[in-house]
Write a protein that binds this ligand. Sequence first.
Ligand SMILES: Cc1ncc(COP(=O)(O)O)c(C=O)c1O
Length: 358
Amino acid sequence: MKLNPNPRIVEHEPSSHGGINSIKSKKTGILDYSSNINPLGCHPKVKKYLKKQMDLLSVYPDSDSTELRKNLKWYTKIPEEQIVVGNGATEIIYNFCQAFLNNKTPVLIPIPTFSEYEVAAKLQNCKISFFKTMNLNINIDSFLKKIPKKGCIFVCNPNNPTGVLISRQKMQKIIQTAKKKSTIVFVDECFIELSESKQSIIKDLKKYENLFVLRSLTKSFGLAGIRIGYGLGNKKLITILNNLKIPWNVSGIAQKAASAALCYHNYLDKTSKIILKEKKNLKNSISKIDGFTCYTSDTNFILIKTKIKSNILQKKLLKKKILIRDCNSFRGLNNNFIRIAVKTNKENKKLIKALEAV
Ligand SMILES: Cc1ncc(COP(=O)(O)O)c(C=O)c1O
């Protein structure tokens, strides 16, 4: 049979990510510094609760995630009809691009950043421009000048991999400028709960029709394995996304896990205290090691410039059962950059010792 696939799909190249499953070697006992998950993992009471939910394995889930959207309304103070739930935030990025971007849409992406915006926009054949910055707070005025007409911009806040958080005031400037140009602003807040000031833009959803906010429970609530994210936007936009998503996109177990995790959201206060303390520790200790320069991060991971090539360093540390993120695959970075998550004190001591011995 002769296949006649869409050439864009044939050319489509998935991007690479961190995480224990990104490596081919044996995966047992590895300290994963390459994915930026809550250092405390999933709340123990959520795990206990999920063990009692096994009957859900044989039941089709609620396609509309009704109960979870109610709980998200309570958590975010945004009405249910302005919430879409996805199989991880990633699903929402792809659905958003499919729904609102096409080959005539100019897309602007500050880099380095999370790669999936580019990959998903490319699938829609968009014209993509990149704006190189290690800190958008500093280059905001030149960025504003680049905002296209009738387009879309993706802003990751706090940004992966730099860890930089753009102030609410500056984000408002971006959205206002984009609004004047009929451009939509996609703000990815997947790490907002793990950031220091937690300055979210969701309070401004009422004010700006051209704003869409992406959130995830995979990182902040330690639910990466179960895949759960959500998007917030105006009613019209959300209705389109809710109609587009595949039926039963989120498993019943994931919906229950997310609702339970939201109940224990105070866990995030404990997490934030650990992150703040441990981030300082990591930065102080690693900066003292010759050949490593740490960037200032507002969230639960640190970008590090290294004199040793990132792939070689990754291999060396893997021999000691430590996995770091080689940032060479990020557009705008090269093999002089790695990223590490902030973990617990005991784990961080092992990483520091290993880096000192490199
Ligand atoms: C900035 C950012 N947004 C979104 C995602 C995807 O999140 P999810 O696991 O909910 O699909 C990631 C994953 O690393 C990320 O770094």
